[in-house]
Design a protein around this ligand. Structure first.
Ligand code: ADP
Length: 493
């Protein structure tokens, strides 16, 4: 068996997989979200460590696993979140600053005004945004003189959640290349930490950063004494979105996956050479196998499933998310009604934080069915816009789109997505794609499975073929483009 830890923003899940990808046991626990000031989001790292140990214990017990039966451990995690911990004990030295935390917005704006964004983009494939880890470390070093002192003396360590868990589990201070590429401190073409970026972000001591390791390969072993009697080789690590891309078997250039959750993350395998990404997209390391990096283009759409939540909670016109499917299907056409769900600004491929949502094309005949349909269609149009940006800038033409996430259960949405893209949509059979990806990397890293077996782990997928004629597709996309243009214009110059 292979144990996977999925340390997410809301909670931590442990899954025990058979070598063929079937789930033998799982356990999940939430942890507290702390909002000490407006825009700040923190996690307690001790709590995360305790929850991680607890869910692993439950999953191991649930499967009746005896020592030696679990042959590899994989970690996947919420990305970009900063952990600071003691170089000996691994005890946290500060609360984790979560990826959602906006406390460094001003610092990012200053760096942008000083003209540093182009260089950051060229070196990292990312943007100057508080989302990424670099300015979070700079903030901590500035605020906490004692911590800064410790860091200079080599007594403090920094890293993302994977590096914190790897240290606590195995005593190794490592981070895999996919996680390291999200810090904005890595020269992703060169493959290592960048002194220039450490300097730019306020003198971050490189020695306090983890060693960057491959995403598959044995790093160390859990201590049996502290890990429920099991000494398991830690053999795979990847950030959550990259792990999902791997689990979908998107191993060749142009293979793409979209996860339909609260928002959507669309990742396209961009092959083995890095080029700075087109406007509105990020480029990141998908995984490092041996010394070979595979890159991915990434688009983040902020509001997709959340638009359906808003119909339920904000407007109270549906009782649950699944009801949107029957409502949307009750109409033969959107009848000109469009919903641009820019409820928290627009993400990829526009990045317009000031944008606000709109519903247009209403008539006396419009009903809640029109709103449900417009919300679901909007999920598909936004994803299509990201795919178009990838195609336009890189010439990567997708043969199909592999998908997962809560809203992928919606058959109307999946058919409409296939219709609007004009390519098949392939739905994953299970919800735990991130954990499956971590398990697959660990299996590969421990030599339990081969690269050609990865796509077989997924199990039976469901396929939606495009059926819409070209004229209808063009009419609908033109209608969406007009509605979107209205939202962009309203956001001002
Ligand atoms: P996250 O990981 O972001 O919490 P999930 O993958 O659990 O998200 O998906 C939850 C989201 O999917 C919610 O925003 C919900 O509105 C949406 N959702 C769930 N089921 C459906 C459905 N049948 N149709 C449309 N949207 C759905």
């Amino acid at each position: 068996m292979i144990l996977a830890i999925d340390q997410g923003t809301t909670g931590t899940r442990a899954l025990l997989f058979e070598l063929d990808g079937r789930v033998r046991a799982s356990a999940y626990r939430e942890h507290r979200q702390r909002f000490p000031r407006p825009g700040w989001v923190e996690h307690d790292l001790t709590e995360i460590w305790e929850r991680t140990l607890a869910v692993c214990g439950e999953a191991l017990a649930g499967a009746g696993a005896r020592p030696g039966q679990v042959q590899a451990l994989g970690i996947t995690n919420q990305r970009e979140t900063l952990c600071a911990f003691d170089a000996d004990s691994g005890e946290p030295l500060a609360p984790a600053i979560v990826w959602q935390d906006r406390r460094t917005a001003e610092r990012c704006a200053q760096l942008r005004e000083a003209g540093h964004e182009a260089r950051v983009r060229e070196l990292t494939g990312l943007l100057l945004d508080p989302y990424f880890t670099a300015t979070k470390i700079a903030w901590l070093l500035e605020q906490d003189a004692e911590l800064a002192q410790r860091a200079r003396r080599g007594r403090a360590r920094f890293g993302t959640i994977d590096s914190y868990l790897a240290f606590r589990l195995c005593g190794e201070h490592v981070s895999d290349a996919s996680n390291a590429s999200r810090t904005a401190l890595m020269d992703i073409r060169g493959g290592g930490w960048s002194e220039e970026l450490c300097e730019l972000f306020g003198g971050i001591p490189i020695g306090a950063l983890p060693e960057i390791c491959p995403s598959a390969g044995v790093i160390g072993r859990t201590s049996a004494e502290r890990f429920h009697g099991h000494a398991i080789p830690l053999a795979g690590i990847a950030g959550d979105q990259q792990a999902a891309l791997f689990a979908h078997g998107c191993l060749r250039e142009g293979d793409a996956k979209n996860t339909y959750g609260t928002g959507s993350f669309l990742l396209v395998n961009a092959g083995s050479s890095f080029a700075p990404p087109p406007e509105g997209l990020l480029e990141t390391i998908a995984w490092r196998l041996g010394d070979r990096d595979t890159f991915a283009l990434e688009g983040s759409i902020f509001v997709t499933g959340a638009a359906i939540q808003w119909l339920r909670d904000g407007l109270a016109i549906i009782a649950d998310a699944a009801e949107s499917e029957a409502l949307a299907s009750s109409l033969a056409d959107n009848e000109g009604v469009y919903f641009v769900p820019a409820l928290t600004g627009l993400g990829s491929p526009r990045f317009l934080p000031e944008a606000r949502g709109s519903i247009s094309g209403l008539t006396r005949g419009s009903t809640r069915a029109h709103l449900a349909r417009a919300a679901l269609e909007a999920i598909a149009y936004q994803s299509a816009d990201v795919i178009d940006a990838v195609a336009a800038q890189r010439g990567l033409v997708l043969a199909e789109l592999r998908v997962d996430g809560g809203a992928s259960a919606n058959r109307f949405l999946m058919q409409f997505q296939a219709d609007i893209l004009g390519i098949p949509v392939v739905v994953a059979p299970h919800a735990e794609m991130t954990a499956l990806g971590a398990a697959a990397l660990a299996g590969l890293g421990a030599g339990l499975i081969g690269e050609q077996e990865i796509s077989g782990l997924l199990g039976a997928t469901q396929r939606y073929e495009p059926q819409m004629d070209e004229g209808t597709r063009a009419r609908l996309r033109a209608g969406w483009a007009r509605a979107l243009a209205g939202v962009i214009a309203a956001a001002g110059p």
